[in-house]
Design a protein around this ligand. Structure first.
Ligand code: KIV
Length: 345
């Protein structure tokens, strides 16, 4: 029943503001960000914020920060699953990530990445995958990487099917095989023109926005000026309509050695969460090993003195005299430690 209610709530988030039956509704800060909200922000020249999330807790954090768009990126392959590239992640795995994020983020527009191999073969395959991301994953829109004509047609077919599509140009990590590595794009005249042309083609196909990854600032500025839809930059400098960063990168959680090595130069680390986690885990280990955890304040469950006596007698009766001795010592110990900690606090 609860599952059904949650599913209904998620599906309802796709209802646009101008519903036939309800008429236009005013937006309150807690309502889902819609494409119309993004268009208004874009028209006002206000930067759009986007961050990735992969699970329930990261989605809750992104939601609470008031971020406009939450992307369930195929970067999950690297930052969550420890792969060296984004290629291995499957549609099934992405759907599981999308579902967890949809349970945690109730306000941002939810965009799910179509993973490598889920949309390149045919328009039918692309539409089928995109439909699953909305129906099963609970997303509001999908993102796909542009470039080859088949990917532009895929974007067009998905839009035709009634699904909002975000494009992605510049460094498209799913094309690592042909790009020959995680390399910035648009650094030569022909490459820069290709970035602009691909972005225009994605707009023509009906995309509502385009991610611009790892391109020089003048190229990003040219794309932003040429398009009538928002550009979301990542390593594209300040002249974009908005910015996106990967959750783990911006929080400084770079445990995978390969990830740490390729963590882009453009990424500002707003915290060193990885260091905080390491410190907490080491302290926990040290306190368990030195028997200082759990102390009296983390030993909350009490049994009164009368019941301890009864318990000890029962243990003796059952022939468990060692257990009775251990229980008696523990009761005495806990009482002394409790008194000491009350005195010192
Ligand atoms: O998968 C991802 O996280 C992305 C962002 C880098 C935009 O595509």
């Amino acid at each position: 029943m609860r599952g059904l209610r949650q599913l209904t709530r998620r599906l309802l988030s796709n209802v646009p503001e101008n519903t036939v039956y309800g008429g236009p509704k005013t937006q309150t800060p807690s309502q889902r960000v819609t494409l119309a909200n993004l268009r208004q922000k874009y028209a006002r020249g206000e930067p759009i914020t986007m961050v990735t999330a992969y699970d329930y807790p990261s989605a809750v954090h992104v939601d609470q920060a008031g971020i406009d768009i939450c992307l369930v990126g195929d970067s999950a392959a690297m930052v969550v699953h420890g792969h060296d590239t984004t290629l291995p992640v499957t549609l099934e795995l992405m759907l599981a990530h999308c579902q967890a994020v949809a349970r945690g983020a109730t306000r941002p527009l939810l965009v799910g990445d179509l993973p490598f191999g889920s949309y390149e073969s045919s328009s039918n395959q692309a539409v089928d995958s995109a439909v699953r991301v909305l129906k099963e994953g609970g997303m509001d829109a999908i993102k796909l990487e542009g470039g080859a004509p088949s990917r532009i047609s895929a974007a067009g077919a998905i839009v035709e099917a009634g699904i909002a599509v975000m494009g992605h140009v510049g460094l498209t990590p799913q094309a690592i095989s042909v790009l020959g590595g995680f390399r910035p794009q648009g650094k030569s005249v022909s490459s820069a023109v290709k970035v602009v042309e691909t972005a225009l083609a994605l707009q023509e196909a009906g995309c509502f926005s385009v991610v611009l990854e790892c391109v020089p600032a003048p190229v990003a500025a040219a794309v932003t000026s040429a398009l009538q839809i928002p550009t979301i930059g990542i390593g594209g400098g300040p002249f974009c309509s908005g910015q996106v960063l990967v959750y783990h990168d911006l929080l400084g959680m770079l445990q995978h050695p390969h990830h740490a090595k390729v963590t882009p130069k453009f990424c500002k680390q707003y915290a060193r969460v990885g260091d905080v986690i390491n410190k907490a885990l080491s302290e926990y280990k040290q306190e368990v090993e030195s028997k200082t955890f759990p102390g009296p304040s983390h030993t909350p469950y009490k049994i009164n003195a009368k019941d301890v006596d009864g318990f000890l007698k029962e243990l003796q009766r059952l022939g468990l005299s060692d257990a009775a001795t251990a229980a008696a010592a523990a009761a005495e110990n806990i009482e002394i430690a409790g008194k000491q900690s009350t005195k010192s606090s």
